[in-house]
Design a protein around this ligand. Structure first.
Ligand SMILES: Cc1cc2nc3c(=O)[nH]c(=O)nc-3n(C[C@H](O)[C@H](O)[C@H](O)COP(=O)(O)O)c2cc1C
Length: 314
């Protein structure tokens, strides 16, 4: 089985990916959160930082693009190639209202004809192999039959399916019946994504779908970052990881206060790894004091028992 770290905007930036790999090796590939292209055809300073030359990385990273403009996508494929990347990923899943209103992300699934013209152009012009991360449809799972028929026309390197529709956002059950349909009918190799939060979840998935050889994990890995590392998530590694993340963000943002707010996003998922932490959890959520935040981080990690597996509450 191959393991991919899902793209998570606001969580899995380049700093996080580098340090996650340092403390918790075992992930085959990291996908960047989406790059949303502007008309200027130039990467901003921040985008350049988020897309360092691939040769500087000691792990495989796949850049993800969110656009409905084929020329922009093709331009970005040359940028990624020139920076040493070997594949580019198209986002057809983002459910955010501001994105879908512009016909991007899962908004592209609403209009299969336009999607097809877009795919015609990008598969003709991209200088890199293209993988796709998609949902089943916009408002109804039945849309997937037509969408898969369209996907099957193109040499998609890998089709990553999050089996929900846009209207589900990240709630509601995943539609495994439609994932099974894809398993039987997709020409592209499949990767499954959605609600895998423990090794046991992965084991059960692998048992049921032996022909699928890649899974992508998002929130489960934020909550249990060493889930797929040989030693698991130990307290020592987790504390060192969180401390180095804090220091790296404080330098990158020029503000330890912003580093704290950034790491509070991680904690929303990490809380699920500990037992009996109601009181410090409340304090950590509330605090606006960096020193108290660091103290609570250390207190939770060193003094509270860890669950045998993540008790995901999403
Ligand atoms: C905060 C957040 C940010 C996300 N950002 C992205 C993104 O940039 N690109 C993308 O394709 N999916 C994004 N996703 C979706 C995840 O990649 C993934 O599909 C989703 O979390 C389901 O997988 P999981 O149940 O393993 O978390 C995001 C999800 C969350 C919760």
């Amino acid at each position: 089985m191959k393991y991919y770290f899902a793209p998570l905007e606001g969580l899995t930036d380049s700093i996080y990916r580098r340090l996650h790999h340092k403390y918790f090796p075992g992930i085959d590939r990291y996908y960047t959160p989406f790059f949303s292209l502007t008309v200027h055809r130039a990467l901003t300073a921040r985008e350049k930082r988020e897309l360092p030359p691939a040769e500087d990385l000691d792990v495989q990273v796949i850049p993800q693009i969110l656009t409905k403009s084929a020329p922009d996508f093709i331009w970005m494929s040359t940028v990624c190639r020139d920076r040493g990347y070997s594949q580019i990923n198209l986002n057809l899943g983002c459910p955010s209202g501001t994105v879908t209103a512009k016909g991007k992300g899962s908004g592209m699934l609403r209009d299969p004809d336009t999607l097809q013209s877009f795919l015609d152009e990008i598969f003709d012009g991209s200088v890199l192999p293209v993988s796709i991360k998609t949902r089943l449809g916009y408002s109804d799972g039945e849309e997937f039959f037509r969408l898969l028929e369209i996907f099957n026309r193109y040499p998609i390197t890998e089709l990553i399916i999050h089996p929900r529709v846009r209207q589900d956002f990240y709630q509601n059950n995943v539609r495994m019946d439609l994932f099974e349909y894809a398993q039987k009918n997709s020409r592209a190799p499949l990767c499954y994504n959605g609600n895998l939060c423990s090794k046991e979840d992965i084991r059960q998935f692998a048992e049921k779908y032996p022909s699928v050889d890649a899974v992508m994990l998002g929130r489960g890995l934020i909550g249990d970052p060493g889930m797929l590392s040989a030693g698991g998530t130990t307290k020592e590694q987790l504390l060192a990881f969180m401390n180095e993340l804090f220091d790296a963000y404080a330098v990158a943002f020029g503000s330890s206060r912003n580093a704290m707010f950034r790491l509070k996003e991680n904690w929303r998922h990490l809380f699920c790894l500990f037992e009996g932490i109601e009181k410090p959890e409340k304090q950590l959520r509330k605090t606006t004091d960096e020193r108290q935040f660091r103290m609570l981080t250390e207190q939770i990690i060193t003094q509270y028992p860890m669950c045998s597996q993540l008790q995901a509450n999403w």
